[in-house]
Design a protein. Structure first.
Lengths: 138, 122
């Protein structure tokens, strides 16, 4: 029983890590790809097809889409055993991780309000993460 | 009024999407092996369930509602407000999926929700 729980915890944490990684990576790649396309200024029906063509022939966009598909697959696999009320709040750690990484790696300025937000998310994730992923809820 | 309505749609329909997808995955049962062939078969079974497609349709609707909302309302209002989806999700999990959401989980959900809102307010 103990071994089963440890195994289940390990695969929960591994999938959560993959979920956070691929969701952040996917969004960053989509953002980078769209910046390569350039700002869309003309929304007329005649102007949109070339924009779609440029978007869907962009390699970075496809890498972003692939990352988000991997994220969705991890999400589904996790939900095959873990409670939704566990997975949803715990996966919010990605928001805090992106803020902290932006500060340390990109030198972005994080306002005090945002740091408080990061602290709240970490505290919330610690509380929910301390519960059993499935069933018990406590 | 229109903004409040669309925030409500985005939050509630988005939560309905997640709940439907979770319901579909619980019907399939726990994945036992992580070998690629097994995973593909497992996910293939999931995408043959009606609830999976209902969930994806809800998620798409919530996404388009968010896009519409962002076309007229300030992102500084809209994005923090969508942090309410954590609370809506916990209610859905308790009352629709009948999960046992203990007090400590509620506290965690509220903290995460406030944290995401604060992070987006900046």
């Amino acid at each position: 029983m103990h071994e089963f729980k440890t195994n289940q915890h390990n695969k929960t944490y591994a999938l959560l890590a993959a979920l956070v990684l691929f969701s952040s990576l996917g969004n960053v790649l989509l953002s980078k790809g769209m910046k390569q396309i350039g700002e869309i200024l003309d929304y007329s029906p005649a102007a949109l097809p070339p924009v779609f063509l440029r978007t869907f022939t962009n390699g970075t966009i496809w890498l972003g889409i692939a990352s988000l598909l991997v994220f969705f697959a991890c999400y589904l696999l996790l939900l095959s055993w873990a409670d939704f009320s566990y997975v949803q709040p715990v996966s919010a750690i990605g928001y805090a991780a992106v803020a902290v990484l932006s500060y340390f790696m990109l030198g972005e300025i994080i306002s005090p309000t945002r740091w408080i937000g990061v602290f709240f998310i970490c505290a919330g994730v610690a509380l929910v993460g301390g519960t059993e992923p499935r069933g018990a809820g406590d | 009024m229109r903004t409040t309505l669309f925030i409500g749609i985005t939050v509630l329909v988005g939560a309905a999407g997640d709940i439907s997808v979770t319901y579909a995955m619980k019907q399939i049962g726990e994945v036992q092996s992580f070998r690629p062939a097994v995973l593909f078969r497992f996910l293939g079974r999931a995408f043959r369930l009606v609830w999976m497609w209902i969930g994806i349709a809800f998620m798409a609707l919530a996404f388009f509602s968010l896009l519409a909302l962002l076309s007229w309302a300030d992102a500084s209002l809209v994005v923090p407000a969508t942090a309410l989806s954590y609370v809506a999700g916990a209610f859905g999990a308790k009352f629709l999926l009948h999960e046992n959401v203990a007090t400590v989980r509620w506290a965690g959900v509220l903290l995460v929700s406030m944290g995401v809102a604060l992070l987006s307010i900046g």
